[in-house]
Design a protein around this ligand. Structure first.
Ligand SMILES: Nc1ncnc2c1ncn2[C@@H]1O[C@H](COP(=O)(O)OP(=O)(O)OP(=O)(O)O)[C@@H](O)[C@H]1O
Ligand SMILES: [Mg+2]
Length: 265
């Protein structure tokens, strides 16, 4: 990576997203710097997933600006944004149920493959090579996320926590600069959570910035360099774990009421 650690990769300004009368995101400002782990927290319905959906191109914001690597991505398609270097996982897993574990991960490469349609149709040497490379990459990332097992099984045969790892492997296949994870610890047991923390740190060590939506406060406080707190679609705090822990607004909006909350999904 050529950028310095403090370079801003992603910058969101005055972002607004409405669903009818509901203002899901209400003038959000946030930025993500090179190589950092930043968490986005807030009560249920605070607008965390909606913000991710706008940033990754799945929802079109009503107003505001989103710049990624110096370019506006406000009106870009999700696939274009992925190609530019932003990957994500979903609060409710979005794996292809009818496909194997390996094939699910391989789909992550399709965003960056440059081969022509006739290579695929005619199975030219170029196609064979890129297919082989794609499969090697997929196995590499499955190994990286700690998946051990038969990759030819249907992905739905795996326990939930393992499916989450497969989804992260698929996201890594796209060679992201920024990886956004929407509640990756939901449904994981204690030791799986420890494994996730270790995995996120190894991803950061690759130079990838991580943006994490998470309800598990132990995990968030442990891993985050910076925490952004949303409430009713607005950013109410942005600081280090210690600053957030002691911020009265945050305690009132979130920690005071939802401390013992279990992950809803
Ligand atoms: N597709 C949609 N259509 C209508 N309203 C929506 C839609 N998606 C989200 N909302 C509303 O927008 C608000 C923000 O929801 P969002 O899912 O972004 O919150 P969240 O912070 O991710 O919550 P959670 O922690 O429960 O996942 C909520 O009031 C929600 O009901
Ligand atoms: Mg959500």
């Amino acid at each position: 990576m050529s950028e310095t650690p403090r370079d801003t990769l992603l910058e969101v300004r005055d972002l607004v997203l409405r669903f009818g009368g509901v203002v899901a995101v209400d003038g959000l400002n946030m930025s993500v710097h090179a190589g950092e782990i930043v968490s986005v927290i807030g009560p249920n319905g605070a607008g965390k997933t909606s913000a991710f959906n706008c940033i990754s191109g799945f929802y079109r914001a009503n107003s505001g600006s989103i710049r990624f690597l110096g370019q506006s991505i406000l009106r870009r398609q999700p696939s274009t944004i992925t190609k530019m270097g932003m990957a994500r996982t979903f609060q409710n897993l979005r794996l292809f149920k009818e496909m194997s574990i390996l094939d699910n991960v391989k789909t992550g490469a399709h965003y960056r493959m440059k081969q022509h349609w006739f290579d695929a149709l005619l199975h030219t040497p170029a196609y064979g090579k890129s297919e082989r490379e794609c499969e090697d990459d997929a196995r590499y990332w499955l190994d990286f996320v700690g998946f051990k097992g038969d990759t030819s099984m249907y992905v739905t045969a795996l326990p939930y926590g393992e499916q989450r790892r497969v989804e992260i492997a698929r996201a890594l296949m796209t060679k992201p600069r920024v990886l956004m994870l929407d509640e990756p610890a939901a449904g994981l047991n204690h030791s799986e959570k420890q494994g996730l923390i270790e995995l996120i740190r190894r991803i950061q060590a690759l130079g990838i910035s991580i943006v994490l939506i998470e309800h598990d406060m132990g995990l968030v406080m442990d891993i985050s360099e910076r925490i952004i707190v949303l409430n009713y679609g607005k950013e109410i705090a942005d600081g280090t774990p210690d600053e957030i822990r002691n911020d009265p607004l945050v305690v009132e909006a979130y920690l005071g009421t939802d401390e013992d909350e279990e992950d809803a999904e």
